[in-house]
Design a protein around this ligand. Structure first.
Ligand code: AMP
Length: 111
């Protein structure tokens, strides 16, 4: 499974990086839907959250906590949305596990 995100992780494609460690990378979305739109991406190649197993618990928890740290760093900690699309029916386009961190404006309700 090689996606655009795998290529970003390998450094083959550029990104506006805000965080990276051995397991996770986070960068600005190329087509932001809000003033703050960050993608928090696992380096492990899971297609989506639905593919995660018990052994991925720590990774998933770390992704969520990194989201809270980025929200704080970008000063949107009072209100933001964290979401992950699972599968094409939910609008997932890049089939590599990632969370969207959206904020910086009042967000509408999810349909
Ligand atoms: P999803 O629909 O949940 O799969 O989200 C994929 C997201 O990746 C979309 O919001 C795209 O705008 C974003 N995206 C696609 N290519 C890039 C890229 N090269 N750098 C940053 N974000 C990207």
């Amino acid at each position: 499974m090689t996606t655009i995100f795998s290529r970003i992780i390998k450094g083959e494609l550029p990104c506006r990086k805000v965080f990276e460690n051995e397991r996770i990378i986070a960068f600005w979305d190329i087509a932001p839907q809000a003033p703050v739109h960050i993608l928090i991406v696992s380096k492990k190649e899971l297609k989506s959250l639905q593919e995660a197993k018990e052994k991925d618990q720590l990774l998933l928890g770390e992704m969520l906590l990194i989201a809270t740290e980025i929200a704080h760093d970008l000063d949107i900690q009072e209100g933001y949305r964290l979401l992950t699309n699972i599968g094409s029916d939910a609008g997932q386009v890049i089939h590599h596990l990632h969370f969207h961190l959206l904020g910086g404006r009042v967000l509408g309700h999810i349909a």
